[in-house]
Design a protein around this ligand. Structure first.
Ligand SMILES: Cc1ncc(COP(=O)(O)O)c(C=O)c1O
Length: 456
């Protein structure tokens, strides 16, 4: 297909409804057409080479265009392109992948249910938690507790579990969901130390459980770190306290590892990094490095034993649950991550990236904080370094910075005034220097622009 950029943009605006997009504004501006990718770089239809600081959308862990994943998909498609797992049947890649994932979790999760997207994995967790309590003879335990700024996908249940108010307004408010505060020390911690604030934020869970009655709560669903909410990394006191509260009230704990799973935080799972002992986990993105859609709900023995022994028929599943091509790609992807030591690399390169950003940006008047763990992180843009003040919403400072990144062939994402990043694990030292230089340049341009606009 040899269209010009303008022709692609016109067709795009005429027919393609994009996810999470103001379509009118985009049509006026025109999409950037991404045509190919290799390693940590993307190219657009004008042949600009773009440094991908978001690994696609938190997923391309092994980098773009890895030949071994292409080969795994081709081989599996030639052998068996599709068969389902409904008819008392299974395919070797799905069986092998379920067993491989169980092994990677140290057999803490011995059962795996496959779906296609992170949202579907989260939906599966929600219904499985509720089903569990019904099987236990406590059918009133229906409420799922999530968090402000939590993101669990965009299906009806996923958006209800998440804490994004704009999504609730459009998707409607489902009963059976409630949200507690986020452990966002930078934004909400005021004068408290991170440790005190972490405890306070965790204790909000206990307060909500008591308010609603433990006999009505199915579980607490949370990301180990809140990715789409702005890479909110909880203080060290947070997760141990959450764990204590869940145990005390016998609440199921589900870790949404869609971003963290398979190395992003420098350990195999975010639950390893933050020492979370969850009953269920959702994984997606890094499972296939985003080459093909695949997600999974991982089920620990507490839930799986009951589901299997007394659950009868499980009325849930998708045509593509355990798709053989996706599972074959995931197996090859996990081979690469293991063989090339990419989890360890995420830890070491992440440290270098943060050190570089801090050295370059710590004194910048627009930068309030650089934080991160493994290869996921955030740069807070602030109106006042001392008070950590945000800009007014309509100043769109994060979006201005994102635009400067994009215009200068570099991708970081904006969440409010927070710039977030999650590059591929294969990013090398030279590319880290390039990342730091491009981030600093975009922040300098943003600073100049907002000063001109009289916002500082
Ligand atoms: C933690 C988390 N859960 C769920 C999802 C939803 O995944 P998907 O977009 O594949 O449905 C996301 C997506 O970014 C996510 O970050």
């Amino acid at each position: 297909m040899t269209y010009t950029t303008k022709q692609w943009q016109a067709m795009d605006a005429a027919h393609f409804l994009h996810p999470f997009t103001d379509h009118k504004a985009l049509a006026e501006q025109g999409s950037r057409i991404i045509t190919r990718a290799k390693g940590v770089y993307l190219w657009d239809s004008e042949n600009h080479k773009i440094l991908d600081g978001m690994a696609g959308l938190w997923c391309a862990s092994v980098g773009h265009g890895h030949p071994e994943l292409v080969e795994a998909a081709t081989k599996q498609m030639s052998e068996l392109s599709f068969y389902n797992a409904f008819f008392k049947t299974a395919t070797p890649p799905a069986i092998a992948l379920a067993s491989r994932i169980a092994e990677l979790t140290g057999q803490r999760f011995r059962h795996v249910f496959f779906a296609c997207s992170g949202s579907e994995a989260v939906d599966s967790i929600i219904r499985t938690m509720r089903h569990y309590w019904t099987l236990k003879g406590e059918p009133n335990r229906q409420i799922i507790i999530g968090r402000q700024y939590g993101y669990h996908g965009s299906t009806i249940a996923g958006s209800a579990a998440g804490g994004m108010e704009d999504m609730h307004k459009q998707a409607g408010h489902l009963p059976g969901f409630t949200h507690i505060t986020a452990p966002y020390w930078y934004g909400l911690g005021g004068g408290l130390t991170p440790e005190d604030f972490g405890l306070q934020a965790a204790q909000a869970l206990e307060e909500r459980i008591l308010e609603l009655g433990p006999e009505n709560i199915a579980g607490f669903l949370a990301e180990p770190l809140q990715g789409a909410g702005g890479v909110i990394i909880p203080p060290a006191t947070y997760w141990p306290e959450i764990q204590r509260i869940c145990r005390k009230y016998d609440i199921l704990l589900a870790a949404d590892e869609v971003i963290c799973g398979f190395g992003r935080t420098g350990r195999w799972f975010g639950s390893d990094t933050f020492r979370i002992e969850a009953d269920l986990m959702s994984v997606a993105k890094g499972l296939t490095s985003g080459y093909v859609p695949l997600s999974a709900m991982l089920v620990g023995d507490r839930v799986a034993d009951l589901l299997i022994s007394e659950g009868g028929e499980y009325y849930h599943g998708f045509t593509y649950s355990g798709h053989p091509v996706s599972c074959a790609v995931a197996l090859a992807n996990l081979d690469i991550i293991e063989r090339d030591g990419l989890v360890e690399k995420a830890a070491t390169q992440g440290e270098k990236l943060r050190a570089g950003l801090r050295e370059r940006l710590a004194d910048h008047p627009l930068v309030g904080e650089v934080r991160g763990v493994g290869l996921v992180g955030a740069i807070e843009l602030t109106a006042d370094k001392r008070t950590r003040a945000f800009f007014p919403d309509d100043a769109d400072v994060g979006m201005r910075c994102r635009n400067h990144c994009f215009q200068n062939d570099f991708i970081m994402r904006a969440v409010r005034d927070t710039m977030v990043f999650a590059p591929p694990f294969i990013i090398d030292d030279e590319q880290i220097e390039e990342f730091v230089a491009r981030a600093a340049h975009a922040i300098d341009l943003t600073y100049a622009e907002i000063k001109d606009a009289g916002l500082l």
